[in-house]
Design a protein around this ligand. Sequence first.
Ligand SMILES: O=C(O)C(=O)C[C@]1(C(=O)O)C=C[C@@H](O)C=C1
Length: 316
Amino acid sequence: MRYAYLGPAGTFTEEALRQVAAPDEAVYLPQTDVGSAIAAVRSGDADRAVVAIESTAEGGVTATLDSLAAGSPLVIVREVLVPVQFTLVAPAGVRLADVRRIAAHPHAWVQCRRWLAAHLPHAVHVPATSNTAPAALLAQAAGDPAAVRALAFDAALVPPAAVGTYGLAPVAEHVADNPSALTRFVVVGPPGPVPAPTGADKTTLVVHLPDNEAGALLAMLEQFAVRGVNLSRIESRPIGDALGRYSFSIDAEGHVTDERMGEVLMGLHRRCPYVRFLGSYPRADAVAPLVHVGTSDADFVEARAWLDRLRGGDPA
Ligand SMILES: O=C(O)C(=O)C[C@]1(C(=O)O)C=C[C@@H](O)C=C1
């Protein structure tokens, strides 16, 4: 299996990929951004993409949400959680007090904001395409003072594991603000058989609302509420064709084969102009949803049998 993912080597995305397939049993195809990783699956250059979709720091990863919401259909087949911490590295000889320009992925910068404000309040953010792109540049320039001076930054925020991979010198460790930060990654592939239900699953959807209808968002949410389906993430993203037009990216607890989730999907299909199914897949934390009274599979099956009896002329 060929996996496209955000590289170069040592990103948190690669840590997620290692949980899915070891390097000796898969082809790793590092890409410069999330959009390219997803495009590689659409073009057939990769069989799967591994991409960040949500973090405790920033919520939804918009590059991923937007790439999956439009274009040829793709589905999520698995999710993986990776703890996220950061180390500040710099070329040999650079002290913390010397640091003025820090290369960092925008999500890494956000995750270290309080530490940076306390320790390097005047440092400027130099945006990087990934957490290890600056690490690779530092490693290339090491030992060549002219190459080090030519870098656009004098320190970088990198995953702790990348310090050894690239032979870098830590200037400060444990610089992330939240010691329990997590990023959630998903494995994305072309449409195919839906992973079997485990009893602890998630379903990801993109939903558009009817235009100019007061309460349309409430009506959409009611489709979930009345069937006892809990949401674990909902975000609005611009559709992009006009101001004021938004799509909703939703993670719901449950599997497409659950009776209650099936009823939700049919309700959305009836009421909303566009619903994209982005897959049902096992939850990485294996936490089963709370099933409320009257919303179990058996409750739906029994209610349908009752309706059939009524329609057959048996009101008993
Ligand atoms: O995989 C990486 O290391 C990345 O650079 C990407 C990414 C992200 O897209 O959120 C992954 C985890 C961290 O939350 C910060 C950045």
